[in-house]
Design a protein around this ligand. Structure first.
Ligand code: G3P
Length: 217
């Protein structure tokens, strides 16, 4: 399973990249606005920090403008994955950019039927939003399981990029459900290492080691 970090903060990306924890990055207009920085400059910086796909989202909603924006974004670096919305125009843009060999991430997916359309449009990634479905009392993880089954039934190569991940438990469940990628905020990825019994055990070992009076070095 691949981990992407869902952020536009380059310091967090550099940190996680140095730890060998991430395989790519996802951004969206909200994360770019939060960073307060120039969109294309940030994407160029991120693309230098990681080798894997870096999702950069178009801003327009109509085919003609989205395709122009997508081509501009794709020129920033070879590892840019252009992010387009799951609309009819977005799917047309997906098909056209994929024909040019550009990676495409189809975003704002909330149903298995939407995911099926994205795969048929040749998407590199489909982004089902787990947390936002949970927010409205639906089952985000069930969507991941449904897409996995459908893609496996027909041999679609589109990767399931589970997004809108809010908890460490979401990551565990995504891994069990067979998502290809999980994208999550830096804090959640780092938090995966934490367990109270690890901390407790470490304290006990340190105390017992001190009793031996020995030194390894
Ligand atoms: O990048 C899209 C997604 O991860 C957004 O998450 O928490 O705003 O629903 P969230």
């Amino acid at each position: 399973m691949k981990f992407f970090v869902d952020t536009a903060e380059t310091a967090d990306i550099a940190d996680l990249s140095a730890m060998g924890l991430i395989d790519g990055v996802t951004t969206n207009p909200s994360l770019i606005a939060k960073s307060g920085r120039d969109f294309k400059t940030v994407i160029a910086e991120i693309c230098k920090l990681v080798d894997g796909p870096v999702s950069a989202e178009v801003a327009a909603m109509d085919y003609a403008t989205m395709i122009k924006e997508g081509r501009v974004l794709a020129k920033i670096a070879p590892n840019v994955a252009v992010k387009v919305p799951l609309t009819i125009d977005g799917l047309k843009v997906c098909r056209a950019l994929r024909a040019d060999g550009i990676m495409v991430n189809v975003t704002l997916c909330f149903s298995a039927n939407q995911a099926l359309l994205a795969a048929k449009a040749g998407a590199s990634f489909i982004s089902p939003f787990i947390g936002r479905l949970d927010d409205i009392h639906l089952d985000g993880m069930e969507l991941i399981r449904e897409i996995r089954t459908i893609y496996d039934n027909y041999g679609f190569e589109t990767e399931i990029l589970a997004a809108s991940i809010r908890t460490a438990n979401h990551i565990r469940e995504c891994a069990l459900a067979g998502a290809d990628v999980a994208t999550a905020p830096a804090g959640i990825l780092k938090g995966l290492s934490q367990h109270p019994l690890t901390d407790k055990g470490l304290q006990q070992f340190a105390a017992d080691w001190a009793k031996t009076g020995q030194s390894i070095l």
